[in-house]
Design a protein around this ligand. Structure first.
Ligand code: FNR
Length: 340
């Protein structure tokens, strides 16, 4: 059942058509006509989970658990290795049993990326501490992502309906697991209020995974036709809003900007308004499934090249300087920030 669902998530993702807005288009960055930099001076390296990565980009959680996802994870991890960027696997709940074949679709990521690669495990935030340890061990992960996905669960016919006690569970995991914990959404965003609660139980890495990209209400809606959920497609906190609001929390909180990150402009704006890193899921998956490994690899290469062009045009020679860039907000984003 779970294996079938995993495959359907990938297939139905490709069938989605609804386009939400991240509101990153409401962020304005000023052109610098006197950058005082050479293109080759631009340094995109950054520090993440105790390792140096070449670019502030994560291939974010998607899949695992079948032959089909073995291939996806193999291809994506080859790309992550080549560019020396982190990669997260999809939810490992399916692999907590003793099925070695199922586990191999996750293990392939560590095998491909080697000891120096940054590999991130993934489970839902209700997971027991023993399972979190198993998920980490399975792929010798550098960190665990715990996902929060109430919107997805409640529209899923076989989804979970129990959401009490999750914050305490997260606090317990943070205290006992001995590895960095990243709490993430799956495309509906994390508010400042939720981020504050997470911060107060010890969480220091939040992936805001906001609205404007992959839409799990639509993905689930394609799987069923007994109820039409299309009137809920506009639900969620746009990525830009979630980021700016969560950035009001202390600096020790690392923010991963994800949800609708598609191109170099999205990446640069997300880093400027508060992201320590950005995460890409749907867009790279789309390139992979439509044109294969080379297509996905080229997408990332071109995106990185354009990201460096934008850094030059802002006169910022490294990621630290980029994060300190001034910006202006306009339109709906400005209204929402002013009303919050
Ligand atoms: C996801 N995502 C996801 N997240 C997670 O924590 N565990 C998971 O197993 C999955 N599975 C999954 C499958 C597919 C096919 C997609 C496209 C996405 C959510 C993902 O990590 C991310 O938070 C959202 O997709 C938003 O980012 P994008 O896709 O808009 O870049």
């Amino acid at each position: 059942m779970r294996e079938k669902r995993k495959r359907e998530h990938v297939e139905n993702y490709l069938r989605t058509t609804y386009k939400g807005a991240t509101l990153l288009e409401n962020v304005f960055l000023e052109h610098n006509a006197l950058p005082d930099l050479n293109f080759e001076d631009i340094d995109t390296k950054t520090f993440f989970l105790g390792k140096i990565v070449d670019y502030p980009i994560i291939i974010n959680a998607m899949t695992g658990g079948s032959d089909f996802s073995w291939e996806i994870n193999r291809d994506l991890s080859l790309i992550a290795k080549e560019f020396n960027i982190p990669m997260a696997v999809g939810s490992q709940t399916i692999a907590l049993c003793d099925d070695e074949e199922c586990k191999s679709s996750f293990k392939i990521v560590r095998q491909t990326m080697g000891d120096n690669g940054t590999v991130i495990a993934n489970l839902n935030a209700q997971a027991a501490i023993e399972d979190v340890k198993k998920a980490l061990d399975m792929i010798e992960a550098d960190a665990i992502q715990l996902h929060l996905n109430p919107a997805q669960e409640v529209v899923m016919l076989e989804g979970d309906r129990h959401f009490r006690g999750i914050l305490d569970n997260i606090g317990n995991i943070v205290e006992k697991v001995g590895k960095p914990v990243i709490v993430k959404e799956v495309g509906f965003g994390i508010s400042k209020e939720v981020a504050t609660k997470l911060y107060n139980v010890g969480v220091r890495n939040i992936d805001i995974s906001g609205y404007g990209g992959t839409n799990f209400i639509e993905i689930e809606n394609i799987r069923y036709n007994n109820i039409d959920f299309s009137d809920l497609y506009s639900w969620g906190i746009p990525t830009a809003l979630a980021l700016i609001k969560c950035r009001e929390l202390p600096k020790e909180l690392n923010l991963i900007a994800s949800g609708g990150i598609r191109d170099s402009m999205d990446i640069v704006k997300s880093l400027v308004i508060g992201g320590n890193m950005v995460g890409i899921s749907g867009e790279i998956l789309s390139y992979l499934l439509h044109g294969g490994y080379e297509n996905a690899r080229n997408y990332l290469e071109v995106t990185i090249h354009k990201m460096k062009i934008l850094m030059l045009l802002l006169g910022k020679k490294n990621i630290e300087e980029l994060r300190a860039t001034d910006y202006k907000i306009m339109g709906d984003l400005k209204d929402l920030i002013n009303n919050s």
